[in-house]
Design a binder for this molecule. Structure first.
Ligand SMILES: CN1c2c(nc(N)[nH]c2=O)NC[C@@H]1CNc1ccc(C(=O)N[C@@H](CCC(=O)N[C@@H](CCC(=O)N[C@@H](CCC(=O)O)C(=O)O)C(=O)O)C(=O)O)cc1
Ligand SMILES: N[C@@H](CCS)C(=O)O
Ligand SMILES: [Zn+2]
Length: 775
C-alpha cells in the first residue's frame, strides 16, 4: 500500500437501445412501411440516445458508452463502418446510406418509394437479407459479416465519431464502443487464412476511426473482443496480438478498454494480458473465479473493469456481499465496476412495472436499477459502507427475503421429479419401426408441405389482445375473434393445398411467454422488452420458483382447429429447453433442474394433446443450440441434460404419433449427434438464408429421420419465386434422400404480413408440387 487513495468508478458497457417504450421499434416500423420519413427516424433515434446518456449519468455512471445505439444491429454497423457491403446491395461506395443498410438487414424487393429525405438513393433491386444468427449464447441476433474475394476496406460510416460528438455537444463525454477487429472477423463467413489476410486492411480503418475519435476528444475507447472467452487456437491468438500491436503503435492517443464478456478468459488469459491496452474488462458473473488469477498477473498499470452486476439476468444483487468481496481489491488499485456485459440483454426499467407481485418485484433489478446498484457499490467502496448503509441493508434484506420465500419451492414438484425414470425419456420403438406406423396413420404425399406454426400477428390480432388485456374486449368477444382468425387460416391452408396444417397461434403473444403465463413459477413484465433482432423484441418470462402445469394449455385451441378440417392439425408446443433459454431463470438452482421441471410440465401437455386425438405434435426447440456453452469442454454436460429434457417431454406418446421439432438460426454441424439423439420423427430447420449450407451436417451424419429444411426466409418481406424454392429443394435433394424431405418455411410467419405470406406459401406449395413431379 502506498497510502494513496484508490478510486472506484462506475461504467456501463452498453444500454438498451430500443427505448423504455420501444420507441425505436415504432419509428423503424413506421419508416419501413413508408409512414415516417428518414428524417423522423433519425430524430427519434437522436432523442433516445440523448435520454439514455443523460439517464445513465444521472444514475451515477461515470463512464457512459456511445455507439452502443444501432438502427438494427451493431455487427451490421461495423460492416457499414468498414465498407464490407456485398455487391448485391448495389452500394457504390461513399457513405453507407440507410436504404443499403436496411436492405442488408431485411432484404429488399422492388422500388421502395418512400420519402427518406435528402440523399435518397432508392433503387429497384431484388436482394435477400444477409444471413442472421445468434450473438454468442444470447437471444439477440446479428447480421453475419460477408467479405468479397478482393475485399477492400474503407471508412464508410462515421457513426461512431458522429455519436461521440453528438453526446459531447450535450455535455456528456462518452467512451465510444467498437466491436473489436478480431471478433468482427471471427463472426464473419471466413476461415482462419482469410481472416489473417483481411486483418491489415481492416486495421487501417480501425486506426482511422481511433485517430478521428482521439481528435474529437475521446480519451478512452471501449473495444469489445468477446471472442476472448471462446476456445481460440494459436492463429486466433496471433491475430489478436498482431491487431493490438498495430493499434497501440499507430493510434497511441486513445486508451483502449479491452472488453470481454459472456465467460472467463480461461486459457486466453495470457494473451489478453499481453495485449498493449490500457484497461481490461472481465465478466465476473459468468466467471467469478478469474479475478484472483487476473489480480495476481495483471500489471498495476492495467485498469481493471470488474463486471460484477449480472447484465444477462434480472435478479437484484447482494451489494453488501459484493462490497466485502471488492474492498480488498479497491484498496490495492483503481478499479471500474460495471455490469458483466452490455445491458442490451436486460429490460430497461423496473419502475415501469406496476403489476408485478410486489414480493417478487423486490427481488428484481433491470438496466436502470443495475446502474443504481453499481453507484451504491462504488460509494460503499469509495466512501465506506456507512455512507450507503440504508441501501446496503435494503439489498441484504431483499436477498434474504428471496432466499427464504416459501413461494420458491413446491414439494409436489420435487416428488414428481424424484419419481421420473430413464424409461420415461425413451420412445417405445425406434424410428424405423415408428415411421411405417406414422406413414400409415397420416397418408401424406412425397415432399409433404407444412408451416412452422404461427401465421401473421397482424395489428388487428395484437389490438384485440391488448383490448382484452385492458378489459375493453370481453372474454367471449376475444374468443370469437380468435376463432374467426383461426378458422379463416385453417380454411386458407386447405385451399392452397398444404398437407399438414397449423392453427396459426393467434392466441399467443409469444411462443415462450404464452406457456410461461400458464405455468406456475413464472412472473411477467408489461414493459420488460429486450431486443431480439432489428425492431423485434421479446418479454422474457421471469422464472422464480418450481414449475408445474395447473391445467391443459393448448388442447382447447387444437381441438377447435382440428374440428375444422380432415387434414392433420399439428399440436404446437414450445419445448422445455427453449422456455428455459428464453426466460430469465433462477440462479438458486441449476439450469438442468429447472429444465427437468419444465419437461415434466410440457410432457403432460403432450399427453393431453395425444389423448384429444392429435396425430402430430410439434415441440419447438428453437433455442437448443443457443444454450450451448461457449466453451467446447462444457458442451456435453449441457447437451446431455438438454436432450434428455426434450426426450422426457416427447417420449410418452404411442409409436404412431409423430413428434416434430423445430430449430432456427443454428449452426447444426457441431451438435448434430445431439439432434439425432433427440429422436424426433421430423425436424424443421432454418436453412434458406444460408442456402442449404446447414444441411451438410445432416447429410454427413446420415440423419435417419425426416427433415424440413426451410425454403423460404420468413424474416424478410421478400416473396421468393417458385424457382428459387425449387432450387433450394434440389440442393436439399442432392444431400438427403427425397423421402426424408418436408417442404416448409424457415420459421413461423408471425412477423410477416398476409399478402406476402399468401404469395410465398402459394409459391412454396407449387415448388413442392414441382419437386413431386420431378421425383
Ligand atoms: C422465433 N423467435 C423468438 C425468439 N424468442 C422468443 N421469445 N420468441 C420468439 O418467437 N427468438 C428467436 C426468434 C426470433 N425472434 C422474434 C422475436 C420477437 C418477435 C416478435 O414479433 N415480437 C413482437 C412482440 C411479440 C409479443 O409479445 N406481442 C404481444 C404484445 C404486443 C404489443 O406490442 N402490445 C403493445 C400494445 C399494443 C396495442 O395497444 O395496440 C404493448 O404491450 O405495448 C402480443 O401480441 O400480445 C414485437 O412486436 O417485437 C418475432 C421474432
Ligand atoms: N411455432 C413457432 C416457432 C418459432 S421458432 C412459430 O411458428 O412461430
Ligand atoms: Zn423458428
Amino acid at each position: 500500500m502506498t497510502g494513496e487513495v484508490m478510486t472506484v468508478s462506475v461504467a456501463t458497457l452498453g444500454f438498451p437501445r430500443i427505448g423504455p417504450r420501444r420507441e425505436l421499434k415504432t419509428a423503424l416500423e413506421r419508416h419501413w412501411s413508408g409512414k415516417a420519413s428518414g428524417a423522423e427516424l433519425l430524430d427519434v433515434a437522436a432523442t433516445l440516445r440523448g435520454k439514455a446518456w443523460a439517464m445513465q449519468k444521472a444514475l451515477g455512471a461515470d463512464i457512459v458508452p456511445s455507439n452502443d445505439f444501432s438502427f438494427y444491429d451493431h455487427v451490421l454497423d461495423t460492416s457499414a463502418m468498414v465498407g464490407a457491403i456485398p455487391a448485391a446491395y448495389g452500394w457504390q461506395g461513399g457513405t453507407v446510406d440507410l436504404d443499403t443498410y436496411f436492405a442488408m438487414a431485411r432484404g429488399a424487393q422492388g422500388e421502395a418509394h418512400h420519402d427518406c429525405g435528402a440523399g435518397c438513393t432508392h433503387k429497384a433491386i431484388d436482394v435477400p437479407a444477409a444471413e442472421m444468427t445468434k450473438w454468442f449464447d444470447t437471444n439477440y441476433h446479428y447480421l453475419v459479416p460477408e467479405f468479397s474475394g478482393g475485399q477492400r476496406f474503407a471508412l464508410s460510416s462515421t457513426k461512431v465519431i458522429d455519436e461521440y460528438l453528438e453526446a459531447k455537444a450535450q455535455g456528456v463525454v462518452t467512451r465510444p464502443v467498437l466491436l473489436g477487429p478480431v471478433t468482427f472477423l471471427k463472426l464473419g463467413k471466413v476461415d482462419a487464412a482469410q481472416r489473417a489476410a483481411l486483418l491489415p486492411g481492416l486495421l487501417a480503418v480501425y486506426l482511422e476511426v481511433l485517430s478521428r475519435l482521439a481528435a474529437a476528444g475521446a480519451g478512452w475507447v471501449q473495444i469489445d473482443e468477446p471472442c476472448l472467452v471462446l476456445d481460440l487456437d494459436d492463429a486466433d491468438r496471433a491475430l489478436l496480438t498482431e491487431a493490438y500491436a498495430v493499434l497501440a503503435a499507430q493510434a497511441p492517443a486513445a486508451k483502449l478498454m479491452l472488453t470481454t464478456y459472456f465467460g472467463g478468459l480461461g486459457d486466453n488469459l495470457a494473451t489478453a494480458l499481453s495485449l498493449p491496452v490500457a484497461g481490461l474488462h472481465l465478466d465476473l458473473v459468468r466467471a467469478p473465479g478469474q479475478l484472483d488469477l487476473v489480480l495476481s498477473r495483471a500489471p498495476a498499470s492495467l485498469l481493471l473493469s470488474l463486471g460484477i452486476i449480472d447484465g444477462r439476468n434480472v435478479w437484484r444483487a447482494d451489494l453488501e456481499n459484493l462490497a466485502r468481496r471488492l474492498a480488498p481489491v479497491a484498496a490495492q488499485r483503481d478499479i471500474v465496476v460495471a455490469p458483466s456485459c452490455s445491458l442490451l440483454h436486460c429490460p430497461v426499467d423496473l419502475a415501469q412495472e406496476t403489476a408485478i407481485d410486489p414480493e417478487i418485484a423486490r427481488w428484481l433489478a433491470f438496466a436502470v436499477q443495475k446502474i443504481e446498484e453499481l453507484s451504491v457499490l462504488a460509494r460503499a467502496l469509495n466512501e465506506g459502507r456507512d455512507a450507503v448503509a440504508d441501501q446496503l441493508a435494503a439489498s441484504t434484506e431483499a436477498a434474504e427475503a428471496r432466499r427464504t420465500s416459501p413461494r420458491i419451492h413446491d414439494p409436489a414438484v420435487a416428488a414428481r421429479l424424484a419419481a421420473a425414470t430413464p424409461a420415461m425419456a425413451r420412445r417405445r420403438s425406434d424410428f424405423a419401426a415408428r415411421r411405417g406406423l406414422q406413414a400409415e396413420a397420416l397418408g401424406l404425399p412425397a415432399f409433404p408441405t407444412t408451416t412452422i406454426g404461427s401465421f401473421p400477428q397482424t395489428e388487428a390480432v395484437r389490438k384485440a389482445r391488448a383490448a382484452h388485456g385492458k378489459g375493453a374486449l370481453s372474454d367471449a368477444d376475444y374468443d370469437d375473434f380468435l376463432r374467426a382468425e383461426t378458422a379463416r387460416t385453417v380454411s386458407w391452408q386447405e385451399q392452397i393445398g398444404l398437407d399438414v396444417l397449423v392453427h396459426g397461434e393467434f392466441e399467443r403473444n409469444d411462443m415462450v411467454q404464452y406457456f410461461g403465463e400458464q405455468l406456475s413459477g413464472f412472473v411477467f413484465t408489461k414493459h420488460g422488452w429486450v431486443q431480439s433482432y432489428g425492431s423485434r423484441c421479446v418479454r422474457p418470462p421471469i422464472l422464480f420458483g418450481d414449475v408445474s402445469r395447473p391445467q391443459a394449455m393448448t388442447v382447447g385451441w387444437w381441438r377447435y382447429a382440428q374440428g375444422l378440417t380432415q387434414r392433420p392439425m399439428k399440436g404446437m408446443l414450445t419445448g422445455p429447453v427453449t422456455i428455459l433459454n428464453w426466460s430469465f431463470v433462477r440462479d438458486d438452482i441449476s439450469r438442468e433442474l429447472a429444465c427437468r421441471q419444465l419437461a415434466l410440465a410440457i410432457r403432460d401437455e403432450v399427453a393431453d394433446l395425444e389423448q384429444a386425438g392429435a396425430r402430430i405434435i410439434q415441440i419447438d426447440e428453437a433455442a437448443l443450440r443457443e444454450g450451448l456453452p461457449l466453451r467446447r469442454g462444457d458442451w456435453q454436460g449441457y447437451l446431455d441434460w438438454a436432450v434428455e429434457s426434450f426426450r422426457l417431454t416427447a417420449s410418452g406418446v404411442a409409436d404412431a404419433t409423430q413428434i416434430h421439432t423445430h430449430m432456427c438460426y443454428s449452426e447444426f454441424n457441431d451438435i448434430i449427434a445431439a439432434i439425432g439423439a433427440m429422436d424426433a420423427d421430423v425436424i424443421s430447420i432454418e436453412t434458406a438464408r444460408s442456402k442449404m449450407e446447414l444441411l451438410g451436417a445432416f447429410a454427413d451424419y446420415r440423419y435417419p429421420a425426416e427433415i424440413g429444411p426451410g425454403v423460404y426466409d420468413i424474416h424478410s418481406p421478400r416473396v421468393p419465386p417458385v424457382e428459387e424454392m425449387l432450387a433450394l429443394l434440389d440442393a436439399a435433394r442432392a444431400r438427403l434422400s427425397p423421402d426424408q424431405l418436408w417442404v416448409n418455411p424457415d420459421c413461423g410467419l408471425k412477423t410477416r404480413k398476409w399478402p406476402e405470406t399468401e404469395a410465398a406459401l402459394i409459391n412454396m406449395v407449387a415448388a413442392a408440387q414441382a419437386a413431386r413431379a420431378q421425383a
